[in-house]
Design a protein around this ligand. Sequence first.
Ligand SMILES: [Zn+2]
Length: 543
Amino acid sequence: MISSLLLLSLAASPNESALKAQLARFAPTEIRVDLKSLPASERAVLPPLLRAAGRMDSLYLAQVWAGNAQLLLDLSQDATPLGKARLHDFIVNKGPWSRLDGDAPFLPGIPPKPAEASYYPSDSRAEVDKLIKGATGDLKQQVTSFYTVGRRTESGALVFLPYSSVYQEALALVATDLREAAKATQQPSLRTFLEARAAALLSNDYRASDIAWMDLDSSIEPTLGPYEVYEDGWFNLKAAFEAFISITDAAETKKLQSLGARLQDLEDHLPIDHEYRNPKLGSAAPIKVVNEIFCAGDANHGVQTAAYNLPNDEEITRAKGTKRVMLKNVQEAKFQKVLLPISKQVLSPAAQKHVSFEAFFTHILMHELMHGLGPHEAPPGSQKTVREALGNTYGTLEEAKADISGLWALQQLVDKGALPKSLEQSMYSTFLASAFRTLRFGLNEAHGRGQALQLNYLLDKGAFRKIAGCRFEVDESKVKDGVRDLTHDIMTLQAEGNRAKAESMLSTLGVIRPDVKCALDRLGKIPVDIEPKFVTAEGLSKE
Ligand SMILES: [Zn+2]
């Protein structure tokens, strides 16, 4: 049966072919992981763990909008081609609003996407705001908790209820699955996390399980529960349910450790005044490279997550720091389905041959590591952070710094024999193609604007050059100097805390020039991202 919602204003919503065009922006992609290295005990962990992870979808749908469950049921029962396209779009977007199109509804009769999601009563914004600012003690704790929702009592009073009671039934099933998985594993850190997380879902106290997550050293890397707060468009307070189930990539983790061991040496040779270098780097935040088997809930809608940094609870991060998880096979899927086709449009035929996933991924790792290098105080020793000094230009400059100094660092490591010589040929062309991928996300975002700055700077220096047909290539005789000079300029600006210089650099270079736009304009038909098909997970869930 089709609900009355679907019968309203049919004319205004996209038809089947329009829906298919929307969906074509996500290239269907099989996500596989090689499980051969897993012993039988750990393989047995996966079916119950995947069951638990799958339950995040309905929890998340309920958080996004109270109407989602009924709408999904209605769409599932519509067997027409239009109905099927609608269901597909609903599943990709986790609701009836297209996330790539400013949350425009793609189904008839759908209200605008509620910014408060189902975290608060729709009429309570001012009331909640007052409580956040004014409440004290237990009440403040309840209002500002990641893990409560605001609801009205029958008398109209606003109360905050724990997830453990609001989602009691679903969470009890998740906890049972996690405990079954915990029984199967022979890895103590994994068992500790799974048991602690099962307890957290039922008690609403997540601290012990967040600490256990930081301490994981197992071949299976699960992230499951309420985490990110972006869906709370009012206050960024309430956490959305999600799951990533992954397998640790042992070879990449080893590579990362060997890169990590060279960071002090890189810092000592940064192309900046020696007074701006840090003679003793602190310990870097842990990074794990994994391959994703499955993701669900807030982790699986629209553009796919390729890396994440958790936990968000500051009480935990003060004591334990944060951990960054990089999803290598997801990065590779994006490389194949998006970056390679882009490179064919924007690079010269010769440069296209040098584009490689190895260079792409190694640069991403180096980008993450380089956030920890370079000036963090402006000026060094002043106790004033670069973030404070640069204000709203900080994010863009810091992302550009990590990108460009990451490229500089790769060249250093190649020169010292720590990375293969072949990387030298591939990394600059890969970086150039990747710049166009990032620019497609727009200049409103730190990575996009930071990339525009780098591309224009390197074009001005002749490190990259434009050739006929609005294509681009690397000038091998100038690129090393260009990369070193930009690393110098950004890091020096950061050390000086020179906000005026940052603003002027961004206003001249952080733009899309006509020279670059003509190439961007050709990328319209290339997918924006992938739509994952979890082939390995499907096989496991049949076991
Ligand atoms: Zn970054």
